[in-house]
Design a protein around this ligand. Structure first.
Ligand code: ATP
Length: 241
């Protein structure tokens, strides 16, 4: 499984108008694994996820998923290939119910009602809280439940790679633990995950491998447990020698 790359990028450059943010990113995300992106504020992690989702224009010499060429593809084409982005800040439709938000994730899929129901049930079994609250407006959910709903909406798009930006931002340690457990479960069922996470300990304990970004470049990469023990990483991101 690990030989298959669910996302493979070479020399990716992107930014906002005249401002270049990413300066030649090489990334290989193995299928079936959790890969983390860490780095200080402004390092370019969100920008990289936006570029991979086709939300901002990017140049690269290669962008592929499992052999399929995605260089220059639109956001819709990228989602159709199963690269699905759960954005920072969750971006739910606050006035709509939890279930309608989840169904929005499947909007572009042409599937039968029974399959939609089966996928909803899968999301509800991963996040039982969402089943309890399925008729409630999304805006009335707690922060952790909103994150569950945003991830659930991503799952409804049938991802091959689920990209989650800022999993734990603003959430209590208990909720973070629940979300981490849910991601481990999804991964054990085969889901590939690319995670941006500002809590470096959470990220490195959860992931198989990680990329460290600084000023729009990848400056280090390795297995999670190796980076967790790396004195440079500990000093720079964990505040301990
Ligand atoms: P954070 O953890 O703070 O979200 P990040 O690593 O995700 O950081 P990005 O949000 O990708 O970093 O930001 C990288 C750089 O791009 C920063 O210098 C930021 O100011 C700039 N930037 C981000 N969004 C925009 C935008 N819409 N227009 C112009 N510059 C932007």
């Amino acid at each position: 499984m690990a030989d298959i790359l669910v996302a493979e990028v070479q020399d990716l450059r992107a930014g906002y108008g005249e401002i270049q943010v990413l300066w030649g990113i090489d990334l290989a995300v193995p299928a079936g694994e959790i890969t983390a992106l860490i780095g200080s504020n402004g390092a370019g992690k969100t920008t990289l996820m936006r570029a991979l989702s086709g939300l901002i224009p990017a140049q690269c010499t290669r962008y592929r998923t499992d052999g399929v060429d995605l260089a220059g593809a639109t956001a819709a084409q990228i989602i159709a290939q199963g690269i699905v982005h759960v954005p920072e800040g969750r971006r739910l439709f606050g006035a709509m119910s939890v279930e309608d938000n989840l169904l929005m994730g499947a909007y572009s899929r042409n599937i039968r009602r029974a399959d939609l129901r089966r996928d909803l049930d899968r999301v509800y079994s991963t996040f039982p809280k969402l089943r309890e609250r399925r008729g409630q407006a999304a805006a009335t959910l707690s922060g952790g439940e909103q994150q569950m709903c945003a991830i659930g909406r991503g799952l409804m798009a049938a991802p091959r790679l689920l990209m989650i930006d800022e999993l734990s931002l603003g959430l209590s340690p208990l909720l973070v633990e629940q979300l981490v457990a849910a991601l481990r479960e999804l991964n054990s069922q085969g889901m590939s995950i690319l995670l941006v996470e500002q809590d470096v300990t959470v990220a490195l304990e959860l992931c198989h491998s990680a990329y460290v970004m600084d000023m729009g470049r990848i400056v280090r990469t390795g297995q999670g447990h190796q980076l967790l023990a790396d004195p440079i990483i500990r000093d720079a991101y964990l505040g301990v020698p």
